[in-house]
Design a protein around this ligand. Structure first.
Ligand SMILES: [Ca+2]
Ligand SMILES: [Ca+2]
Ligand SMILES: [Ca+2]
Length: 397
């Protein structure tokens, strides 16, 4: 028995969070129809001393407000008990979770932020063209990595990041990895027993749209990969890059194919400083051209350097893969090593957090490393997939 027409279902789909439901005295309706994997923001208008929310008889929350989110279709009975000596309240209602009207895409649908650090692929992946603004570059980043477009974008040196999302909430299924991200890592062939080659590990952060406004302005959590608790990993790290100084001395290093060694200066919060050099293979500007500021600062965790010059004289660098939990860290042929479990999320103090799902995913370059002619280490990515959405079927010709 449907009370709502298909049209109201579409409206619910469009708004994502459904805070605009007509208010009754409690501010909660008798019945709701929502699509799966979309949040229903329940904010009772009445207050009390304590609150208990039950879904199908199971206590799920003691907060005043509750966000309902279901991965699967079905009818869910929700009960809200407001415990109060003067005005106790007990309200039971049903939420009918339906299949979405337009099938969800398993791939990225939106890029919210693209803020790369300087690097040899910046202004090229995606390409800056005269007149581009932050908005148009963001659009190019979205066109590159959304759907199955699979065009690589570079995040530049340490800290550079991209934030993206899907056309639904990615559900955290217990005991399962939830999404996968494609990079451009390969293994080199000289030491096949050691997993190494061009691993440029990117750290993943996730966020749940708890204020239901569709904007990534909520708390962020790092996914703790294999190096998170390593004593070599620095937390609360920050690093600032400076626009190239037009009066710098142009110094070449022919052995390493560098034609401007002191090109872009950086300094970190340990007062260590260094440079991103310009190399002869990439001649465009390395500082993001759509940025007006004279410096850019990034914050996060810093992984230990993963590169080794096995030639001993700067001709053959191997960037070793960390065991698990990073982007662009193992070749794409290893889906499991490029897949992520939302349950790895930790808060700023390293304590695990239990997220029902995520609406925003951020990836940033996790190392601050320079490898001679290879240049700075930078995470690249081209695609992401929600592992809980079935792949679109290929239409018959
Ligand atoms: Ca999971
Ligand atoms: Ca938000
Ligand atoms: Ca890469």
């Amino acid at each position: 028995m449907r009370k709502f027409s298909a049209i109201s279902i579409s409206i619910l789909l469009l708004t994502g969070c459904n805070a605009d439901i007509p208010m009754v005295n409690l501010g909660i309706d008798d019945v709701y129809y929502i699509p799966r994997m979309q949040k229903l923001d329940l904010r009772p208008a009445l207050t009390g001393n304590k609150y208990e929310w039950y879904v199908n008889g199971m206590l799920v929350s003691n907060s005043k407000d509750y966000i309902f989110l279901a991965p699967e279709e079905g009818t869910y009975n929700v009960e809200l008990k407001i415990l109060d000596s003067v005005t106790p309240y007990d309200f039971s209602f049903d939420i009918h979770v339906l299949h979405e009207e337009i099938e969800y895409s398993p791939y990225i649908s939106k890029v919210y932020e693209y803020c790369p650090a300087p690097g040899q692929f910046i202004n090229e992946m995606p390409r800056y063209e005269e007149g581009d603004t932050y908005e148009s570059i963001l659009q190019k980043a979205e066109e590159s990595i959304s759907g199955t477009n699979d065009i690589m974008i570079s995040l530049g040196g340490y800290g550079g990041y991209v934030t993206f999302g899907f056309d639904h909430t990615v559900i955290n299924i217990p005991g399962e990895k939830d999404f996968r991200i494609w990079g451009n890592c390969f293994y080199e062939l000289l030491q096949p027993e050691k997993k190494g080659g061009s691993a440029e590990p990117g750290i993943v952060m996730v966020s749940y749209d708890t204020n239901c406004n569709g904007v990534p302005d909520d708390e962020w959590y790092e996914l703790a990969g294999s190096e998170y608790y390593s004593p070599l990993t620095k937390h609360d790290y920050s690093l600032t890059y400076f626009r190239p100084d037009p009066n710098r001395q142009i110094v070449e290093d022919e052995d390493n194919s560098l034609n401007d060694v002191y090109y872009i200066r950086w300094v970190d919060n340990n007062e260590i400083e260094g440079y991103i050099a310009k190399n002869i293979f990439h001649n465009q500007e390395y500082f993001p051209k759509w940025v007006d500021a004279n410096d850019i600062t990034f914050h996060g965790s810093l992984l230990a350097p993963n590169a080794d010059d096995i030639s001993g004289y700067g001709t053959y660098y191997v960037l070793y893969s960390y065991p698990w939990g990073y982007v662009d860290n193992h070749p794409n042929e290893y889906p499991d090593l490029n897949s992520f479990d939302i349950s790895w999320a930790v808060d700023a103090n390293g304590n695990p957090v239990n997220l029902p799902g995520v609406d925003f995913i951020r990836v940033y370059t996790g190392v601050n490393q320079y490898c001679g002619w290879l240049g700075e280490t930078s995470t690249e990515l081209s695609r992401a997939q929600d592992l809980h959405i079935s792949l679109p079927s290929i239409p018959n010709p």
